[in-house]
Write a protein that binds this ligand. Structure first.
Ligand SMILES: [Zn+2]
Ligand SMILES: [Zn+2]
Length: 351
């Protein structure tokens, strides 16, 4: 038996349609979740604009979306702890569980991962999606579905500050104040960072960064970020620099913002895969160059912190679109990148 659900499908760059799709009953170990709110991520917009993200290319119609909260619609055989109607969120990287990376707990590096909403795996922007119960978490009644959809990008932020190894009191400069930059900012605050300096080319993200706890914000269109960060850090540069833009100039700039012996962590994914960096400087000033990719074991932490009121997942959601307007939503978000911090698609009247 299967059900028919509405799904947001990407056909080719610039062409998204809402159409009926079949959702099969859950197999053993699986549940069907009915998302009520799904976030529109920067990677969804990459797919929408370019038909690809990095090596992943849209070759056949793809259901988008990987940031979802909703309800359990059906429970497969052998699944314990979930019942129809339960409020849940989804961790969208379905790792294999068998490879050496999975076995050692670094499942964000699983080469066999099926990441929902990244080609060739269909995503969560659909009225019903089959997911292994292992990747589904209960969501508390005290928080809204929209906030639940923000746990995935918050998990990215938590992973980034863990990889960056932020210590209490560290000065942290974050390049980019989009949703990921803002989640990194909040995760850095929770981790005990001292000064948190947010850098972005647009005014609205910087205002949001201030609201979410940045101690200083810098717009490079108005102020030279290198001298500003030096000034704020007693002439040294930041202890930790995190790059959440994924552009050649900002990746290069990390070397100028960090103090001697400091740590640089790359989170943003650049469209160019080879970027020249001053490796002499990296070695001679004892820099630690690191990266952070997706997340492992962060969802339970993210849910705990959200439930405890330690993170603001609501303020950065600036735009809500009903499912029927999903095609217009993708167009709007693409056209208004500096004004839309986070847009979400709503399937029903979300709580
Ligand atoms: Zn995302
Ligand atoms: Zn694996």
């Amino acid at each position: 038996m299967s059900r028919t659900v509405e799904a947001v499908v990407l056909y080719e760059p610039g062409k998204v349609a809402v159409e009926a799709r079949r959702c099969d009953e859950p197999g053993p170990g699986e549940v069907v979740i009915a998302p009520s709110v799904v976030g529109i991520c920067g990677s969804d917009i990459h797919l929408y604009q370019d038909g690809r993200i990095g090596e992943s290319v849209v070759r056949e119609p793809l259901v988008l979306g990987h940031e979802a909260a909703g309800r359990i619609a059906a429970v497969g055989a052998g699944v314990a702890g979930f019942h129809e109607g339960d409020r849940v969120i989804v961790e969208p990287g379905i790792a294999c569980g068998q490879c050496r990376f999975c076995v050692r707990g670094r499942y964000n590096l699983c080469p066999a991962v099926r990441f929902l909403g990244i080609p060739p795996t269909n995503g969560l922007m659909a009225g019903g999606v089959r997911v292994p119960a292992r990747w589904v978490y209960h969501w508390p009644d005290s928080l809204s579905d929209a906030e639940g959809a923000m746990i995935e990008p918050f998990a990215v932020g938590l992973q980034a500050v863990e990889e960056a190894g932020i210590q209490p009191g560290d000065s942290v400069a974050i390049l980019g104040a989009g949703p990921i930059g803002l989640m990194i900012l909040q995760a850095a605050r929770i981790r005990g960072a001292g000064q948190i300096i947010s850098i972005d080319l647009a005014q609205k993200p910087l205002e949001m960064a201030r609201r979410l706890g940045a101690s200083a914000v810098i717009n490079p269109r108005e102020t030279d970020p290198i001298s500003a960060v030096r000034e704020l850090t007693g002439g040294d540069g930041a202890d930790v620099v995190i790059e959440a833009v994924g552009a050649t100039p900002t990746i290069k700039q990390t070397l100028e913002l960090v103090r001697r012996g400091g740590t640089i962590t790359l989170v943003g994914i650049a469209s160019e895969s080879a970027i020249p960096l001053n490796t002499t400087k990296i070695v001679r000033t004892g820099l630690q160059l690191r990266s952070s990719f997706r997340y492992a074991h962060q969802h339970p932490v993210a849910i705990f912190l959200a439930t405890a009121g330690r993170v603001d997942l609501r303020t950065l959601i600036t735009h809500h679109f009903p499912i029927g307007q999903a095609p217009e939503a993708f167009d709007f978000v693409t056209q208004h990148k500096n004004d839309v911090i986070k847009g979400v698609v709503e399937f029903t009247t979300a709580g």
